[in-house]
Ligand binder design. Sequence first.
Ligand code: APR
Ligand code: ZN
Ligand code: ZN
Length: 367
Amino acid sequence: MKTRAAVMYEHNQPVVVEELELVEPKANEVLVRTAASGVCHSDLSVVTGAIYYDAAVILGHEGAGVIEQVGEGVTDFQVGDHVILSFVSYCGNCRMCEMEKVCLCESYDVPRGFLLDGTYRFYNSSGDGILQMARVATMSEYMVVPEQNLVKIDQHYSLEQAALVGCGVTTGVGAVLNTAKVEPGSSVAVIGTGGVGLNAIQGAVLADAEQIIAVDIAEKKLDFAKTFGATDVVNAAEIDAVEGVREITKGLGVDYAFEVIGNPDTIRQAYQMVRPAGTAVIVGMVHHEKEFSIPAQHFVSSERRIIGSFYGSCQPRVDMPKLLSLYTEGKLKLDELITRHYRLEQINDAFADMEAGENARGVIIFN
Ligand code: APR
Ligand code: ZN
Ligand code: ZN
């Protein structure tokens, strides 16, 4: 069948929207008609090469849609089911899966962007195979994905709001609730209050944190942060982020700092702004060739902790429906995350707006 998709053919060049050929789902795969795809910084990171994929690859890993066809052996899903796309495939049987760390499942040794049997599903007009970001490719009208990457949801949810749960919401809220397990009454700083960071703020609200300090360099993002529950803000374009947070916490520093940008400098800031024995949580995806450094002796003598958080340490099929329930109960904001809609053809504008700090989240809407 034919589908239109946003394809990265060359790093740091405009993304190409074109018609591709999509083959039928194989065993344990499903054909999904995409309803909405969020535009996440990780998509842009694929374009820049910070998150490395060989070209060419279809972008998009935050989406929701409707099942159109199921492959052989698929029993948990039916045509017509509404689903969120999860960007990890997990086996359910390995040691990491048994430890409920399903996002760290290690049983699939497949090169990035291929489906689980190591082959393509998408081809361009020259007959070249096209990879799928995160094995999903939500920036395509249709996609064939492993059934492991699907989370079934109730049909009354808007697929547009549900799409955001596929990455930003789960990553941000999960970092606070699942990875860090922030205790009630805690003080929390979130550095970078974009689509993911705003959800870390929502996570801190859900955790009953007492003080929630938003740190960003864009005033507009700090305004968003207040809407989502930040009690204090630090504009790091105007004052030093670490000093700003220290001042607000009367010199002590916060119990938890979340870095939600993916920058070695702000990771260091996160480390510096936690109190002794506090925890810095790294959520942002740093360029794959970069490292961060911290003063090693101080690390020991201050008993600070630094932990990574991938996909909010989530169990997609457990956590994503729960997050949607919280939305229904009015405890989680999803509508407010969506600041602008785009057509697929406007993907390069969406990235430009992201770099200009215009949106909480931009969302591509399909027909
Ligand atoms: N200090 C403070 N804030 C900064 C800085 C800085 N030095 N540099 C950038 N920011 C802010 C931006 O102003 C923006 O509000 O970080 C925010 C990043 O938000 P988005 O661009 O919306 O990115 P998002 O989709 O939230 O992703 C953030 O999480 O999943 C990962 O790969 C993703 O690493 C990325 C991170
Ligand atoms: Zn993402
Ligand atoms: Zn596994």
